[in-house]
Ligand binder design. Structure first.
Ligand code: HEM
Length: 433
């Protein structure tokens, strides 16, 4: 793709100039030098190879998240790809966005909707996940954590993602949405690869959540015809904020998206938290002793190593962000790890500081009208998991046969430009007696 911004002479040049953030595997394990290289150029940088404005500044990112008039979320889940919009082709591309919305991958999902339809769908979702449902779901989390830990605790070792976090996150969402027990195990296989694959031929089809949608379509059609006393019936009877009845497809779309949104994210958060704890015995001892520190620990993990690496918007019209002029049709890339390490907002930004005062200002869950609906759920999953892992073990250590000794650690991350996630985390444990 030829970037028209190059001809405007506003393109960054330098050490990472030839690096393509969207396909270069060299950035996967350690993207931070690249982010700092961008920051040296300013809080917002127009990239060379793509019509993309990369945001690394905190205040600038907030302005984008709050600027629904200037930015569409139509590309929130895909970035600059498969967009039929030409940069600078019109003073306002809103009509083009609406015209093409149905052909954009994930275009029907909540996260890509814009006002006013977004508020309607979000209202429907909030009616499906009531505070009572969340409380019941948290009770299930405690039982489930023990059930998962039972499977490996006596073995003295486990792989945090496959043995714990993945089945845990899947089953929590399955419980939240009332998926019958008999179908739960099959759901994980339906999810496909992590979004934002650097090798784009490996990305799932137009909508990888389609298969899960088929299950929910059948459940909800059945419950509308034959109401029962169960969660699926509550979902089937959910209403839009104005009291009107949604189509089954609208409810299905939301339910399927919850599976996508709530899976890989929470899994990677758990893995990141366990990596910090396993690599820092002093930190682990402190938190084991004072469990009230767990929520602050989780926030600091989210700030430094949150599961979402990049999030996207599309400039509807020419707009200035952080002093940089961004033409209509430009993809705005929120680089969340860089934003959460902005030294203008966070002191000693690259250090893990337990109890950091303003840690909750991080943008790992986004901000504004699309701010993550699942944040309380993800936080609860992390807290419950750490509590039970601490209770059931005396210590948690890195398996150095797999990850190497302290000076030569080896960790592999998912090859995705959207997600930041360990592929595997091998841990050793001493069971509690
Ligand atoms: C650590 C875990 C998680 C992280 C880091 C995370 C991150 C995010 C981010 C950054 C956004 C904003 C996207 C945007 O503005 O373009 C978002 C939106 C969303 N998340 Fe999460 N998420 C997590 C877990 C979950 C869970 C567990 C669920 C549901 C069960 C969930 C459901 C959603 C939904 C429905 C939206 C879209 C909200 C909207 O568009 O109004 N997320 N998430």
């Amino acid at each position: 793709m030829q970037n028209p911004l190059r001809t405007m002479g506003v393109i960054a040049m330098g050490r990472f100039d030839s690096v393509d953030f969207f396909s270069d595997t060299s950035l996967v394990n350690h993207p931070y030098d690249y982010f700092e290289w961008l920051r040296e150029r300013g809080p917002v940088v127009l990239l060379d190879q793509y019509p993309v404005a990369a945001v690394v500044g905190y205040d600038e990112a907030l302005a984008v998240y709050r600027g629904d008039e200037d930015f569409s979320a139509v590309n929130a889940a895909t970035g600059p790809f498969d967009l039929p919009f030409e940069v600078g082709s019109a003073p306002d591309i809103t009509p083009q966005i609406e015209e093409y919305r149905s052909s954009v991958p994930y275009g029907a999902l909540l996260v890509t909707q814009d006002p006013p339809s977004h508020a309607k769908s979000r209202g429907l979702l909030m009616g499906m996940i009531t505070p009572r449902r969340l409380r019941e779901n948290e009770e299930f989390m405690w039982t489930l954590a023990d059930r998962q830990i039972d499977e490996f605790v006596e073995r003295g070792r486990f792989e945090a993602i496959g043995d714990y976090a993945q089945p845990y996150a899947t089953l929590v969402i399955a419980d939240l949405l009332g998926v019958p027990d008999s179908d739960r195990d099959g759901f994980r296989q339906l999810l496909g690869p992590v979004p934002g694959q650097l090798d784009r031929s490996k990305q799932g089809g137009n909508n990888p959540l389609e298969q899960i949608g088929v299950y929910f379509f059948n459940y909800l059609t059945d419950r509308r015809a034959n109401p029962q006393k169960d969660v699926l019936t509550q979902l089937a009877q959910a209403r839009y904020p104005d009291g009107s009845e949604p189509s089954v497809v609208d409810v299905v779309t939301i339910a399927a998206f919850l599976f996508g949104a709530g899976q890989d994210t929470t899994v990677r958060l758990l893995a990141a938290a366990l990596r910090f704890l396993a690599e820092d015995p002093e930190l682990q001892r402190k938190v084991r002793k004072d469990r009230a520190l767990i929520p602050g620990l989780v926030e600091e993990v989210l700030r430094l190593e949150g599961p979402v690496k990049s999030d996207y918007r599309l400039a509807r019209r020419p707009v200035t962000i952080g002093g940089v002029e961004v033409p209509a049709g430009t993809t705005v890339m929120q680089l969340l790890h860089a934003i959460n390490r902005d030294p203008r907002r966070f002191e000693r930004p690259n250090e893990f500081i337990l109890g950091r005062k303003n840690v909750k200002e991080h943008l790992a869950f986004g901000r504004g009208i699309h701010a993550c609906v699942g944040a309380p759920l993800a936080r609860a999953e992390a807290k419950v998991s750490l509590e039970r892992l601490f209770d059931r073990t005396e210590d948690i250590r890195l398996d150095e046969r797999k990850h190497g000794p302290p000076q030569e650690r080896r960790f592999e991350y998912e090859p995705s430009f959207i997600m930041r996630g360990l592929k595997e985390l091998h841990l050793e444990i001493t069971p509690a007696r």
